[in-house]
Ligand binder design. Sequence first.
Ligand code: FRU
Length: 515
Amino acid sequence: MRKTILYLIGLLAFLTSCSNSEKTYRIAVSQCSEDIWRHKLNDELKMGTYFYDNVELSFASADDSDEKQIEQINQFVSDGIDLLIVAPNQVATVSPAIDKAFDKGIPVIVFDRKTNSEKYTAFIGADNFEMGRLMGEYVATQLKGKGHVLEIMGLKGSSPAIERHNGFVKAISSYPGITLVASLQGDWTEESAVKAVKEWQQTVGGDLKSPTYRIDFVFGQNDRMAVGASKALSQSGTKYCGIDGLPGEGNGIECVRDSVLEASYIYPTHGDEVLQLAMNILEGKPYEKDNRLMASLVTKDNANVLLLQNEELVRQSHNVDLLHAQADNYLHELNYQRIITLFLAIIIFIIVISGMIIVSNMRRRHRLERQAFSMVVNVPESEEPVEKPSAQEDHPHITKVTPEEQTHLEAGADARFLEKLRSRVQEQMGDSDFSVETLAEQMGVSRVQLYRKVKTLTGRTPVDIIRLSRLNRSKVLLETTDKNVSEVAYEVGFTAPSYFTKCFKDEFGISPSDL
Ligand code: FRU
C-alpha cells in the first residue's frame, strides 16, 4: 500500500515536470568589451527572447582582455551551453577557444568581429571593409580630393580595425591629392584616442605647425575615438568623422547634430536578428551562413530625423517591455493554476485509488477469514447462511413437516448458529477479555450448552475456535498488511507478543516474523 502511494507521488512529480517539458535552449553571449554599443546589442538580444519561451541567455564581457574572453568561452563550454554567440576581442588570440567550442559540437555565431578560421556556424554583422571604404569616399569628397587625413585605429588585431583601415586606405588611394599623414593605434576607447593623438603630437613636435602636418580630417574608426581625437588635437579647423552612429545622449548621432563630428556611420547592432538566427540554427530551420547588416551614413542633414525616430523607437520598445511583463505575469499565473489543477487531480486520483485498494484488501481479508473460519469449524464455507424458516414453517399445525423437511430445517438452524458464532468471534477477537463466557451469553446459551453444541457441530471446543480464529486472522494480517508482529498480536487479542509467537509457531510450524 505504502509502495503504491509512493508510485503515485512519483507519477505526480513526473506529470508536473511534463507540464513544461519543452527543451530550454541555453545561449551564451561572449562580448569582447563593455560599452554602450554592446549594451544596446544585449538589450536587443533580450528583447528577441520575448518571442520564445524556451530560451535562456547568459552574458559575459571580457573587458577587452583576450585571456578573460578565452576563460569565459571555456567556462560556457564546460557549462554545456547549446549555442555560443561571440564577438572575439582579437582575431588570432581568441580564435582557438572558439574553434574548440565548435569542435565540441556547439553551434557558434560570430557577430561584429571575425575569427581567423572557418570553424563557426554563421556570421552576422556589417561589412567593415565597406564601411571604411565609404568613409574614405566621404572624407575625400568633403576635401574635394585634396588634403591631409589622420586615422585613429581600433584595437590592434581586432577584425573591424583591420578591415575598416583597409577599406579606408583603398578609397583614398584613388585620390592622389589626399595624404594619409598617420594611422594611430587606439583600442576603441576615447581615452586611447586622446593618448595616441597627444603622443603623435609630441613625436612630430615643432613640425606640427608645418603644412605637412596640418590635419584637415580625422577618421576615427569609431565615434568615441573621433571625439577623443577632437579633444586632444591642438589644431583648429580640423573636421572629424567616426563609425557607430549610436543614438542617445553624447553618442554619435548627437555629436553629428551638434557639429562635434562631421559624419558617422551607423554600425548596426540588430540583436533581435542575431537571436532569430540562433533560434533558426537550434530549431533546425534554414539559415544563411553569412549575414550582412545594412549600415548607413549619418550627417547633419539626417541627424535630427534619426534622433526623432529613435525617440519613437525607445517609446515603443518601452511599451513592448511593459506588455511583455504583463504577458509574463499572466503566463506565470496560468502556469501556477495549471500545476494546482494537476496537483488536485492527482490527489483525487490517489485518494480514489487508495480507497479502491483499501476496499479490495478488506474484501480479500474478509474472504480469507471466512475461508479460515470454515476450516476451523470443519464445515464447508457458505456465503449465504441457510434461510431462517418462514412463519408458516414455524407453525406445524398449519402444515405438517415431513422428516426430510425436518432434517433440512435442523441443518439450517445449525448453519445459522455457526454463522452467528463466526460473526461474534470475528467481531470481538481483538478484545483480549473476550472469553467463552461472553460468547455463550451472546449466543443465548449456557457455557456448557455452548461447549456441547460447538463440539458436536465442529469437533472443536469454543476456546479452540477463538484461539484458532485469532491465529488465522493474524496470518491474514501478516500476509496482507505492513503491520509488524507485535501490532498484529495485539490486534487479534493477544496480550503478549512472545506468547503470540509461540502459539503461531505451534499452529503453523513457522514464526510469524517469517511471513
Ligand atoms: C564596441 C565597438 C564599437 C566598434 C565595434 C567594433 O565595442 O568598439 O565602437 O564599432 O566595437 O567591433
